[in-house]
Design a binder for this molecule. Structure first.
Ligand code: FNR
Length: 183
């Protein structure tokens, strides 16, 4: 497929609502888009001493990012910030200096939380980091997803028609964003 999107989820939890959201939104994309969930749970803790000899997991991550036409970050909020595992992955792929894998990749940001502000603080923090890394990030619509009881149905689909419609609009905007940057 012409548009390969790398999906980075900021939770390692088996039953992660953010991973479920990432899977659900991928199904809202057109047929010329494909999605791969990147693995970040096997990365070592970032240590600048290792820049000259990065681990295979780091090389794999950077290769997957470089090969992608776009990025989608789907992250929880931990203590009003982004989870350490996500920051660790971002830092790894940004180094060595001058060899960042991130620069120029069009991105979208979403997040799901059991709390009512739906990861707004973490997403703002993520946007600051992505701006520094020269990652053009879709501004609107913002997607602060509050996940209560029954948000996902048994098949993992988004139960509410209104929320599905909103996320469809998000995906349509993201698709246009990726195509604009590819052109
Ligand atoms: C949380 N949670 C949380 N929620 C929120 O809206 N704002 C926050 O600052 C925090 N802080 C926080 C810290 C830590 C260490 C944990 C484990 C959790 C709750 C969080 O939204 C909830 O656990 C989600 O289910 C996490 O997302 P995943 O893992 O289900 O994708």
């Amino acid at each position: 497929k012409p548009y390969q999107i790398a999906v980075i989820t900021g939770s390692l939890r088996a039953d992660s609502i953010n991973r479920k959201l990432a899977s659900a939104i991928a199904r809202l994309a057109p047929g010329d888009f494909s999605f791969t969930q990147l693995v970040i749970g096997d990365l070592p803790l970032y240590n600048q001493d290792d820049d000259a000899d990065p681990s295979p997991a780091v090389k794999r991550l950077k290769g997957e990012i470089l090969a992608a036409s776009g990025l989608i970050f789907v992250t929880p909020e931990y203590n009003r910030g982004i989870p350490g595992v996500l920051k660790n992955a971002i830092d790894h792929a940004s180094r060595p200096y001058g060899e960042s894998a991130w620069a120029g990749k069009p991105a979208g940001v979403l997040g799901a939380s059991v709390g009512v502000i739906g990861t707004a603080v973490a997403q703002q923090q993520l946007r600051t980091i992505l701006a520094y890394l020269d990652v053009p990030t879709l501004g609107q619509p913002e997607a602060f997803i509050h996940v209560g009881e029954g948000f996902f149905d048994e098949g993992g689909e988004i139960a509410s028609a209104g929320t599905r419609k909103f996320l469809q609009k998000w995906m349509d905007s993201y698709v246009a964003w990726v195509k604009k940057h590819a052109a």
